[in-house]
Design a protein around this ligand. Structure first.
Ligand code: FAD
Ligand code: EPU
Length: 337
């Protein structure tokens, strides 16, 4: 494992924020994982695993090791009468993997098209879009414990998936390196097209995974800013989930508040984008840090914003939404202090 020092992270995070890491390495094989394990056991410094850097905000320079996971490879692991099982190594690009499954004639991942980042990071926050989450099709994953060097296998239950949550984002944060992920893709496809905008876009179409994938891609390109044009990390806050009674009380004061009933616990998910929009933040800009004029839930870097400047905008948004609605927004990307 080659270790570089004082490396710029600007091109390694989709916010395009300038920050330096003291040490930087790339993990391309089992020997590199062993070397990272050794390095961790000898150095009393933090080690952060990096995929595509599309869900991170660096507030400061990083005084430790950033290890970019570059493990590559994908294949059809097995097949039975009902499903195919496809596996991909953690460093594979998520969207390329989704398109590869569709090109093989498999369905199940089409609604998750065009989500940036790597296969290995996808289970961390149980990526979701257009009515589907990773947990719908995840079969199992492999990980290495960076404290013991044990190789572990997780089935879906062990992953403890929730809305933008998992075991890996909570208890096991920074302790496990996910090396590969396996998906179970049913041979009899089940289409999910009820998300607002998708059904209309697909009206009259013969449904296939490819047709749905293309519709999702168009919707995403229409709604979300492209990180290659303007730095961002997608939604900066989670959509708040609240008790039905609290939601009804809030809605009685704020007509138009969107609500999406959840399948369990008497809960409703409301829209952080709507709450932020109502506070007038869309298109707001201070220097190079701001809020997208396309989508109120997306913070943007117009060029040279620092992580601290972006975080200041986030804090101001949290305070204003709390003041107007009494709802506390929770950041969705990982903020590295
Ligand atoms: P990184 O940002 O590199 O890392 C994220 C976390 O995962 C970090 O804690 C990191 O340490 C950890 N990690 C990375 N790799 C590994 C590994 N191999 N093993 C263990 N830990 C690891 N997310 C959604 O859920 N739905 C969306 O629709 C969506 N849309 C987006 C749109 C845009 C324009 C952008 C920029 C982001 C969007 N995101 C969305 C967020 C982001 O794409 C996902 O969270 C993605 O899974 C992050 O992948 P990454 O490889 O970039 O992870
Ligand atoms: N809205 C506004 N103003 C805005 C934007 C949105 O009022 O500027 C309101 C509208 O009422 C709209 C509603 O918010 O109908 C929902 O907006 P959208 O469909 O864009 O979805 P979202 O809730 O903002 C979530 C995910 C996205 C995912 C999309 C599609 C979260 C935090 N975000 O966004 O995920 O792509 O749904 O499924 O759950 C991400 O996690 O980074 C991400 C982009």
């Amino acid at each position: 494992m080659k270790i570089n020092e004082n490396v710029s992270l600007k091109d390694l995070n989709t916010f395009g924020v300038e920050a330096k890491t003291k040490y930087y390495s790339e993990i391309s094989n089992l020997l590199d994982i062993e070397a990272l394990f050794e390095w961790k056991s000898k150095n009393n410094l933090p080690a952060l695993l990096l995929g595509g850097g599309s869900n991170l905000l660096f507030k400061n320079d990083f005084d430790g090791m950033i290890a970019k996971v570059c493990l590559m490879g994908k294949d059809i692991a097995k097949e039975d009468d009902e499903a195919v099982y496809v596996s991909a190594a953690a460093g594979e690009n998520w969207h390329d993997f989704v398109r590869w499954t569709i090109d093989q004639g498999f369905a199940g991942l089409e609604n998750l098209s065009l989500i940036p980042g790597s296969v290995g990071a996808a289970p961390i926050q149980n990526i979701g879009a257009y009515g589907v989450e990773l947990s719908n099709t995840l079969h199992s994953l492999q990980a290495v414990n960076l404290e013991t060097a044990d190789i572990l296998e997780f089935d879906k239950e062990l992953c403890q998936f929730g809305y933008r949550e998992s075991f890996f984002k909570s208890q096991a944060l920074d302790k496990l390196l996910i090396t590969s992920v396996t998906f179970r893709l049913p041979k009899k496809p089940e289409w999910h097209i009820n998300y607002a905008g998708l059904r209309e876009a697909l009206a009259g179409e013969v449904l296939t995974a490819d047709v749905i994938s293309q519709a999702v891609i168009s919707e995403r390109q229409r709604k979300l800013p492209n990180p290659s044009q303007i730095g961002n990390a997608g939604s900066f806050f989670k959509n708040p989930v609240m008790k039905v009674t609290d939601f009804e009380t809030l809605k009685s004061d704020h007509e138009g508040l969107p609500g999406f009933p959840q399948t369990h616990n008497d809960e409703v998910k409301t829209s952080a984008g709507w709450l932020i929009d109502q506070c007038g933040w869309k298109g707001h800009r201070v220097g190079d840090a701001g809020v997208s004029d396309k989508h109120a839930l997306v913070l943007v870097n117009h060029g040279n914003a620092t992580g601290s400047e972006l975080w200041q905008v986030a804090e101001d948004i949290i305070a204003s939404v709390e003041g107007k609605f009494g709802v506390t927004l929770e950041p969705e990307p990982r903020v590295i202090k």
